[in-house]
Design a protein around this ligand. Structure first.
Ligand code: 8X3
Length: 262
């Protein structure tokens, strides 16, 4: 755990999966809005690179843990110094797709990685943070879901199932936590150009690049802007659910590419 400058008085946002993609872009966007940041991830060097790209005055600290390991999550979050312990906004962004293809060909290690990271990891981090929010009677939890949580597409069935669970958790958290003044926002992006596909295709750069070819894909900043929209809404407004596509996308895995003949 590393601590940098503290700017007391500003709200604290904790972001999981902050070392790249949507998480890193959200760090920049919230820093620009004066948030103090707790950036969480598994890779120290990558988190430090994200810190270097933040506005100079940003108060930021990093926490190293794997969301899939409950003990690590608990230890890391309980190690926050008092000045950083009152998290105002939790952004459950960590998660990934592992493997692609028809279910009978999938391997169970990939299923475990998706269920453990996308579902149980979100639960572990939320559990560790929500107790303080309940005590303070305020807070905001933002779950980064996916269009895969709204519908199921072939080749990604277990990933879709894990994101359907995120959708259910967003709805359920809102039901259980609204009484404590905690807002819950669910954001479901379509294709966002990040390292996501490289992980899904297990390092196959050509297949990963092809996902974003022939149309203008969403960029991480587009989703970070939606996070800012949700957290800057007036206190009487909850942005409950946002689905965000690139203009060329019309459903999960359906994209109109310029290379197509129609
Ligand atoms: C990432 C978007 O369309 O690959 O969650 O499922 S998609």
């Amino acid at each position: 755990m590393e601590e940098m400058t503290i700017n007391p008085g500003s709200s604290i946002a904790l972001i999981t999966g902050a070392s790249s993609g949507i998480g890193a872009a959200t760090a920049v966007a919230l820093a620009e809005h004066g948030y103090r940041l707790i950036l969480c991830g598994r890779n120290r060097n990558r988190l430090e690179q994200v810190c270097e790209n933040l506005p100079a005055a940003t108060a930021v600290m990093t926490l190293l843990f794997d969301v899939r390991k409950e003990q690590e999550v608990r230890q890391a979050i309980s190690s926050l110094p008092a000045a950083w312990a009152s998290v105002d906004v939790l952004i459950n962004n960590a998660g990934n797709a592992h493997g692609i293809g028809s279910m009978e060909q999938n391997n169970t290690e990939d299923w475990d990685a998706m269920i453990d990271g996308n579902v149980k990891g979100l639960l572990y981090v939320s559990k560790a943070i929500m107790a303080g929010m309940v005590e303070r009677q305020r807070g905001h939890i933002i779950n980064i879901s996916s269009i895969a949580g709204k519908s199921v597409y072939p080749g990604g069935v277990v990933y879709c199932a894990s994101k359907h669970a995120v959708e259910a958790l967003s709805q359920g958290m809102r039901l259980d936590l609204t009484r404590y003044g905690i807002k819950v926002t669910n954001i479901a992006p379509g294709f966002v150009e990040t390292g996501f596909s490289l992980v899904r295709f297990k390092g196959d750069t050509a297949r990963a690049a092809a996902v974003y070819e022939g149309f203008e894909a969403l960029q991480p900043k587009d989703i970070a802007d939606a996070v800012v929209y949700a957290v800057t809404a007036p206190s009487h407004v909850t942005i409950a659910d946002l689905t965000i596509f690139a203009s060329a996308q019309s459903a999960g895995s359906i994209v109109h590419r310029k290379t197509q003949s129609n």
